[in-house]
Design a protein around this ligand. Sequence first.
Ligand code: HEC
Ligand code: HEC
Length: 164
Amino acid sequence: MNVRATAIAIAIVIAIGSALSSAAWAAPPLEVEDPMRGPTPIAEETNPPLISPIENKDIKRMRTYSMQPPTIPHKIDGYQIDKNYNRCLACHARVNTEETQAPPLSVTHYMDRDSNVLAEVSPRRYFCVQCHVPQAEAKPLVSNTYEDIDVILKRLTAPASQKK
Ligand code: HEC
Ligand code: HEC
């Protein structure tokens, strides 16, 4: 290709490119409806729903998979967790569980990232509410199609006549 042909080829590429990008600019704004804020336009304030009461039934919820941090079945309002004090450990630390009857932390909470078991709760498991959360009886904001592995296994091992 001589210099002139190359220049023409580059000009064509630039022309197509700018035609495509101006087409993108001209497209009408995408109608996005965020299920968490509803149809309220981004520039306006939403009317937030009331905060649902926190469940405090002391009944353990099933874990959805075995490595799920169990949800907290009691209120944690006002519980202090900072470098000076950890209210959760006042009940859940191994040494306090006889008195409090709270389930003790499992061994993973004493393990560092190399799986060495430490004498004290590992720093990476100190801030409990990073992983454990209380629950509220509220409608899920975002739906999902998650299926428990047991449900899947049952379906896979069901006799052919019962398979859907
Ligand atoms: C006053 C004692 C007390 C305090 C403080 C406390 N808990 Fe509990 N926790 C319990 C008891 C007792 C249970 C057993 C179920 C019940 O009675 O609610 C429990 C249950 C749990 C469970 C469920 C375990 C499972 O196997 O399902 C989790 C998770 C939990 N607590 C996390 C926390 C976290 C995180 C904090 C701090 C924000 C905390 N708890 C503070 C006493 C306490
Ligand atoms: C990095 C995430 C993480 C943090 C932080 C964490 N946990 Fe857990 N916790 C888990 C997971 C995952 C499980 C379930 C599997 C397991 O035992 O490791 C669990 C299990 C538990 C259980 C049930 C134990 C059992 O044997 O049934 C209790 C009680 C608990 N955690 C309390 C706490 C408390 C109290 C803290 C704060 C001191 C805390 N956790 C911090 C992830 C975490």
